[in-house]
Design a protein around this ligand. Structure first.
Ligand code: 5GP
Length: 175
C-alpha cells in the first residue's frame, strides 16, 4: 500500500499568507537589527519564501531541532547547530518554524536563544497544530491553525519524503 495524501492548504493560500506575514514582520522591525533564526530542516522552504517578501534589512542563521525521524512524536530536544555562535546580542530575533505542535521544541529553543542576549525573541510559524495538553506558546506571527493530524509538504517531511510538495497535505500512512 502507498501512503495517502489529502490536501489541507494549497500553494496559493500559502503564498498569500506568507506575503502577509512578511509585511507584518517588516513593519514591526523597520530601523531595528533583525535576525531570522531558521529551524532546520522543515522550515527552510517557508523561510526561503518569507525572506524574499521581507523588505527591511535582516540577517539569517540556522538552528537544528531534533527530528521525528520515523517516529510520530516530538522529543522536544533542541540542539543549537554545531558549536554554534549565534551572534544575536542586541538583535530582534524572529524564529522561523514550520510547525508548532506540543510546543516543546519552540519553548526549548526560545530558552536557549534568550541566553545569548537578544533584544527580543518572537516566533513565526507557518502552522500551529492544536493538540490536547500542549504547552501554551505565544506566537506573534502565525500562518494557519490546523487540526491534530500529521502533515507533510512545503518543506515538511515524513522520513525525509514529501518536502517538495508545493502545498500542505495530511498524511495517512500505509498499513
Ligand atoms: P513540537 O515540539 O511542537 O511538538 O514539534 C515541533 C516540531 O515537530 C516541528 O518543528 C516539526 O519538525 C515536527 N512536527 C510536528 N508536527 C509535525 C507534523 O504534523 N508533520 C511534520 N512533518 N513534522 C511535524
Amino acid at each position: 500500500m502507498t501512503d495517502r495524501l489529502r490536501p489541507l492548504i494549497s500553494a496559493g493560500r500559502i503564498k498569500k499568507r506568507v506575503a502577509e506575514l512578511a509585511r507584518h514582520i517588516s513593519d514591526d522591525h523597520r530601523g531595528a537589527p533583525l535576525t531570522l533564526v531558521i529551524v532546520l530542516k522543515g522550515a527552510t522552504v517557508f523561510a526561503a519564501d518569507l525572506m524574499r517578501r521581507i523588505d527591511t534589512p535582516f540577517i539569517i542563521d540556522f538552528v537544528r531541532a531534533s527530528s521525528y525521524g520515523k517516529a510520530a512524536r516530538s522529543s522536544g530536544a533542541v540542539a543549537l547547530a554545531d558549536d554554534e555562535k549565534l551572534d544575536i546580542a542586541g538583535h530582534h530575533v524572529v524564529v522561523v518554524e514550520d510547525i508548532v505542535d506540543t510546543g516543546l521544541t519552540i519553548t526549548a529553543l526560545i530558552a536557549a536563544l534568550e541566553k545569548l542576549g537578544p533584544e527580543s525573541v518572537d516566533v513565526c510559524t507557518l502552522l500551529h497544530k492544536h493538540v490536547d495538553g500542549a504547552k501554551p506558546v505565544a506566537i506573534r506571527y502565525k500562518g494557519f491553525d490546523i487540526p491534530d493530524e500529521f502533515v507533510v509538504g512545503y518543506g515538511m517531511d515524513y522520513a525525509e519524503k514529501y518536502r517538495n510538495l508545493p502545498g500542505v497535505f495530511r498524511l495517512k500512512l500505509a498499513d
